[in-house]
Structure formats: C-alpha cells, structure tokens
Write a protein that binds this ligand. Sequence first.
Ligand SMILES: Cc1cc2nc3c(=O)[nH]c(=O)nc-3n(C[C@H](O)[C@H](O)[C@H](O)COP(=O)(O)OP(=O)(O)OC[C@H]3O[C@@H](n4cnc5c(N)ncnc54)[C@H](O)[C@@H]3O)c2cc1C
Ligand SMILES: *[C@@H]1O[C@H](CO)[C@@H](O)[C@H](O)[C@H]1NC(C)=O
Ligand SMILES: *[C@@H]1O[C@H](CO)[C@@H](O)[C@H](O)[C@H]1NC(C)=O
Ligand SMILES: *[C@@H]1O[C@H](CO)[C@@H](O)[C@H](O)[C@H]1NC(C)=O
Ligand SMILES: *[C@@H]1O[C@H](CO)[C@@H](O)[C@H](O)[C@H]1NC(C)=O
Length: 440
Amino acid sequence: MRIWPSLCVLFLPLLAEAAPTRSNRTSSIAVVGAGFAGLAAVGRLRELGFEDITVFEGSDHFGGRVYSIPFDKARLQQGAQWVNGHDNDIFRIAKKLGLIIGEQADNDVYVRADIHTGTCTINRSVIDEFYNFTDPLEAKYRKMGQDSVNYATALGDIYAKDYRAFVKKVKRRAAERNMIDALSRFYIGFWEGEMGAFYDYALSNFHFWDEGEDGQAKSYVLNSQGYWPISEYLKSFVPDEMIKYNHFVKKIRYSGAKVEIRVQEGAKSFEYPKQFDHVIVTSSLGHLKRYARSMFEPPLPQKKIEAIDSVGYGNLLKVFLVYDKPWWSFNGSSIAALWVKGCSPTHPLMEYIHTITKLEWDKDVLVAWVSARGTIMIDGVCYGRPKHSSAEGDDSSALGVQQTLLGWWVLGDGGTCDFEDLLRWRGDSSDDLPNDCWSV
Ligand SMILES: Cc1cc2nc3c(=O)[nH]c(=O)nc-3n(C[C@H](O)[C@H](O)[C@H](O)COP(=O)(O)OP(=O)(O)OC[C@H]3O[C@@H](n4cnc5c(N)ncnc54)[C@H](O)[C@@H]3O)c2cc1C
Ligand SMILES: *[C@@H]1O[C@H](CO)[C@@H](O)[C@H](O)[C@H]1NC(C)=O
Ligand SMILES: *[C@@H]1O[C@H](CO)[C@@H](O)[C@H](O)[C@H]1NC(C)=O
Ligand SMILES: *[C@@H]1O[C@H](CO)[C@@H](O)[C@H](O)[C@H]1NC(C)=O
Ligand SMILES: *[C@@H]1O[C@H](CO)[C@@H](O)[C@H](O)[C@H]1NC(C)=O
C-alpha cells in the first residue's frame, strides 16, 4: 500500500519579515499535532538548535494515524502498516529498528484475492477475463499521468470509459453482468484502499508520486509491533514537557507581532498564555477541509484555501475481528466478499468492505478494510457484541464467508460466527482527530 495521500504540512513562516532578528534559534515555535509530521518537525528543529518549542496535540497521545491498539504483546495497526519503497527515512528507521520482516507487491491484495460471490457460483473464466482487462490498466494510467494534458483527468472518469468499452465487447446474461459489476466495484475499492481515492484521483498523482526507486511499487511488511516503534523513535527526540496533550487548537491568530493560539482542553476553551514567533500546522487534509476557514485569522490566502478545497482525498478504515480460532480458509492474500446483485445480502455497506485480510502474526484475527463512504456508514452499525447463535455456516462457502462475517454486522440478523472482540477507529473521526479507538 502506498502512503495515504493526505499528509499536509502547512508552513506559516509568519513573522520572518516583520521581525527578522527573531528568526534565530531563540525563536519560539508552536507545532500543531504530534503525529509523524509533528514529531519529525520537532526532531529536526532541535537538531538545528531550536529548543523553545510547544507541541499542541488534541488527543491524549502521540502518533496520530500511526497510533495502534495494543494487542497481547503486539499492536493492531489501524493506520500505517506497510513501508513504501526503500529510499526514504521511514524505511531507514524501520531497518535500523529491525522491524522489517518481508516484502509484498503493492497490488497483492487485489491480484491474489479469493473471490467470493455469495450464493451464486461464478464461472472462473469470467474472473480471469476481468483480471485480463484490469491487468494493463495501471501501467496505462501511469503513462497517461506523465503527460501534462492529462494531469487533471480523474481516474474514475477514464476507468468508467474503459469499463464501458470492456462490457460492450461481449454480450452477457444479466447474472454474469452483475458478477462483472461486482468485480469492478472490488477493483475500485482496491484503489480506494491503495490511494485513498478513486473517482477524483487526478492522473497527475502518478507523475508527482515519488515511488522512491525505479518506479518499483514495493511494500515492506513489518513485524507484530508495526509502525509503533517508529513513533516511539520519533518521539524520543521530543521531550515530554514540550507536548501539551488534550490541547485542541481552535484558532491561530497571526496578524500581530506574535502568533496567538486558542485551545480547547476538555470543555474549557482559552487563549494559550504563551505566544509564538512561528507556528507549524500538521493537521490532516480532512481536518483542514473542515476547519481551514475558521482556524486561521486572518484567513489563509485564497490560493491555499482553493488548494485545500480542490484536493480530493479518501477514507480508509480497518476493522479488526478477533476470534478464538480461525473458521475461515484463505488460499490467496485476501478475501474479496463481493456484493453481487441477487447473490448476496444487499446492505449498501458491503460495497465499501472491499477486502478482508489476515494478520501475519496472529492467526485468529481478520481485518476488514472499509473505504470511502463506508467508513462513516459503519459508525451507524455494529453496536454491541454479536450474539451466539446456531452456527450452521459452511465456512468455506461464499455464503459462509459473507454471512458469518458480515451478516450480523451489516444486517443485524444475529449472525453465525462468534468473535471475541472487534476493534476499530470511529470512521467519522477521519475528518477530525483520528485516534478514537473503538472496541465493543
Ligand atoms: C487506514 C490507514 C492506513 C494507512 N496505511 C499506510 C501504510 O500502509 N503506509 C504508510 O506509509 N502510510 C499509511 N497511512 C498513512 C499514514 O498513517 C499517515 O500518512 C501518517 O500517519 C500521517 O501523519 P501526520 O503526522 O501527517 O498526520 P496525523 O497522523 O493525522 O497526525 C496529526 C496529529 O495532529 C493532531 N491534530 C490535528 N489537528 C489538530 C488540532 N487542531 N489541534 C491539536 N491537534 C491536532 C491529531 O490528533 C494527530 O495526532 C495509512 C493511513 C490510514 C488512515
Ligand atoms: C543567530 O544566532 C547566532 C549565534 O547562535 C548569531 O551568530 C547570529 O548573528 C544570529 N542571527 C540573527 C539573525 O540574529
Ligand atoms: C464459462 O465461461 C466460458 C467462457 O465464457 C465458457 O466457455 C464456459 O462454457 C463457461 N462454463 C460454465 C460452466 O458455464
Ligand atoms: C487471459 O489472458 C491469458 C494470457 O493472455 C490468456 O491465456 C487467457 O485465455 C485469458 N483468459 C480469458 C478468460 O480471457
Ligand atoms: C482453495 O484452493 C483449493 C484447491 O485449489 C480449492 O478447492 C478451494 O476452493 C480454495 N478455497 C478458496 C476459499 O478459494
């Protein structure tokens, strides 16, 4: 998987011109956010000799979207999981800490998926035909993305054209067409998981995306601690006293000689007593989309607002299902439990659960990948533990997979498979602070 393209660091080198003598190592600096970007910024500033730094973190811990749920002696990675490419600092840190245990092709979860199609059996050659159709697409879109005339073209539009041409080629029975449509949704879901977006993913991303090395899209797999030790490593350069937890920054005023910051701490909202020469904001794009107009005074320059408004982004949520023992069988890298018209339960959420994977290091845990609108929809379902019920599920059948895994969850119909625990973030918090773990 590639890094979710929502990292957005806004540098406001505010008073450098107004007060040049301040722009020295005695400058006071506020950093908003103690995720990877915030922690790394502080580490670098200290390396350059700056010590007067205050980090405002809205949640009660550092790590941001890399924060993971402790699980036995390991961590469940709700956010970042793979290291993308080897020519980058994250890889170097992961290597130094001995975290890397393997590698994986970026499209592995799609290419090697076990396809399940509910109560209908699917002709394998239909799947092969579809994969034959999608195989060359990424290379084609990548190539198109190198040409500036295509920069603004949306991936969704160009794919829709290709897909129409593909289905037109052969006249099919309705049932087969439904199957193909379901496969197409899976392909789109894979992109949403991979890139965080599909319909409004601009082809220029292919051009500007830095693959790190020779365009080789390779992901490195980490051990059971995942990204967490990297957070701790980055945090090791940031003294505890520098971080103000539970300080949610509501307002940044930067027109005067100093930057003033208004924070929310629990129910309390107040002007932070210290003022700063500079501020570095590391809120996510989702956060900025929601607050960019209210967060800054004076407002951000129109150009920045337009950029924030116009950049598309996606949502991605992992749901961890913990069982006492595995009841499933996987041949490939993942389960794609397709929502096929007439063959599957028809809850709309199924469209957004594109992939189910297992953990490398714990055989009893399934991970359901939910993307796009599904991340928000999922907050409306799944309250409480699943009920025990007479398990007649045939685990290996497609129906078994869909209904045992998703039936009770999506349809609330009691279900057939008893899990011990379900862990996830709240989906709607991707617009806000991304750290709110949920467990039933
Ligand atoms: C499901 C998922 C899977 C991913 N998989 C991968 C992967 O495999 N590989 C990979 O490289 N990347 C992956 N990513 C992306 C990666 O996790 C993020 O790019 C990275 O963590 C972003 O770091 P950040 O510091 O920019 O932002 P964040 O981690 O979002 O940190 C921002 C911090 O700022 C705080 N904050 C925000 N606004 C305010 C405010 N107003 N006041 C105070 N505090 C505030 C937040 O609480 C948070 O702690 C994934 C992300 C997700 C969600
Ligand atoms: C910054 O500090 C250094 C000493 O640390 C000093 O030599 C330099 O003149 C200062 N620069 C400014 C712009 O104040
Ligand atoms: C599967 O599809 C192929 C090609 O579309 C066809 O030749 C074959 O007869 C089909 N098999 C079944 C069992 O329907
Ligand atoms: C898919 O492509 C392969 C390799 O080109 C070919 O051998 C196979 O017949 C194709 N399958 C279908 C169903 O089109
Ligand atoms: C796994 O592979 C075996 C043998 O190829 C096959 O019989 C079985 O149906 C496959 N199971 C799944 C879930 O795809």
